[in-house]
Design a protein around this ligand. Structure first.
Ligand code: ADP
Ligand code: MG
Length: 300
């Protein structure tokens, strides 16, 4: 495209809330035949809420809440925020009769899996099954049952392990964005393949993908894995757009032919992307592709 055409289209995009960084993305977007969507915060609203909490050990709900608050207060993850909010509600008067030490040490974030640290003398891990497995923490039958019951309902379960044993679990729900299904079906009418990629587990991811009408799911994928999946698609000749909102999406946003960041997403994602969807609406994935089509047609 000529510099003038790029300038005109970029300006037009900006006025519609689609920020296109440079001519390259604009020239490529019309060729996209695969759109990969991150799940949390991209296809879903990204404001999860706790629906239930269950104890699997002889710990009081009070202590369980105190420990999860102390740990998750250090994480920016939306699930962490939901857990803190819910646990605080369960402890109405902060007079937490906990005599235990809640000092946090050695806090560590495991992207796409959870968090871990010392809480006083205790070792605590909060996250998915993959995190627990990587620390060789046994997952019993009652835990598995809680998971499968909740995951069928498109909920995500998070485990809390204290000193190497599962102490309890929390289940969260994160509703799908209202426009997600119609955007996906419109892309499909444009002969564009739709794929979900997520760090979340397979059953929850599949339940949500089915709800939206997405054909393919890459679940239990860490940030670098997301980029790997994109590269594999490209090796098969696909021209790939990646839509994401999180730090965990930035390698994939960079790897994609066109990286699109949700405007309300993290700064890191917005920086890594070629296109920023300022209004945070998935409909603007189509706006961006259309804009590129129109620009390239006019030039021909
Ligand atoms: P997505 O790819 O869908 O945006 P993430 O990669 O951010 O999801 O996270 C994947 C999974 O890792 C979550 O579903 C959750 O089980 C777990 N997880 C990540 N961070 C945390 C945290 N701070 N607390 C609890 N669980 C977490
Ligand atoms: Mg996300």
């Amino acid at each position: 495209a000529t510099p003038t055409a790029v300038m005109v289209a970029t300006g037009k995009g900006a006025s519609q809330g689609v920020l296109i960084k440079g001519g390259n993305a604009l020239e490529k977007a019309h060729k996209v035949n695969t759109v990969v969507f991150d799940k949390t915060g991209t296809l879903t609203i990204g404001k999860p809420e706790v629906v239930s909490a269950i104890l699997f050990s002889r710990i009081s709900m009070e202590e369980f809440c105190n420990i999860t608050i102390a740990v998750e207060a250090n994480s920016e993850h939306p699930i962490a925020k939901a857990i803190v909010k819910h646990a605080k509600n369960r402890l109405p008067n902060h007079k937490t009769q906990t005599t235990n030490d809640l000092t946090i040490n050695e806090f560590e974030e495991h992207p796409g899996a959870g968090v871990g640290c010392k809480v006083g003398p205790k070792t605590v891990l909060i996250g998915n099954k993959r995190l627990m497995r990587s620390y060789n923490i046994p997952i019993g039958l009652e835990v598995e049952t809680y998971f499968s019951d909740n995951e069928k309902l498109a909920r995500t379960c998070v485990l809390v392990a204290i000193n190497g044993k599962i102490a309890g679990a929390v289940s969260v729900t994160d509703p799908v964005k209202p426009e997600a299904a119609s955007v996906v079906s419109y892309l499909q009418t444009m002969n564009i393949k739709t794929i979900m990629v997520t760090g979340d587990n397979r059953s929850t991811a599949t339940a949500i993908a089915t709800e939206i009408g997405i054909e393919n799911v890459f679940a239990e994928t860490d940030p670098l894995g997301k980029a790997e999946r994109i590269k594999e698609l490209q090796e098969k000749g696909m021209i790939v757009a990646m839509v994401g909102d999180g730090i965990n999406d930035s390698p994939a946003l960079v790897a994609a032919d066109v990286g699109m960041a949700i405007g309300a997403g993290t700064d890191v994602a917005v920086e890594a992307a070629d296109v920023v969807l300022i209004k945070s609406s998935l409909e603007d994935v189509i706006t961006a592709i259309d804009l590129s089509k129109k620009t390239m047609f006019r030039i021909r």
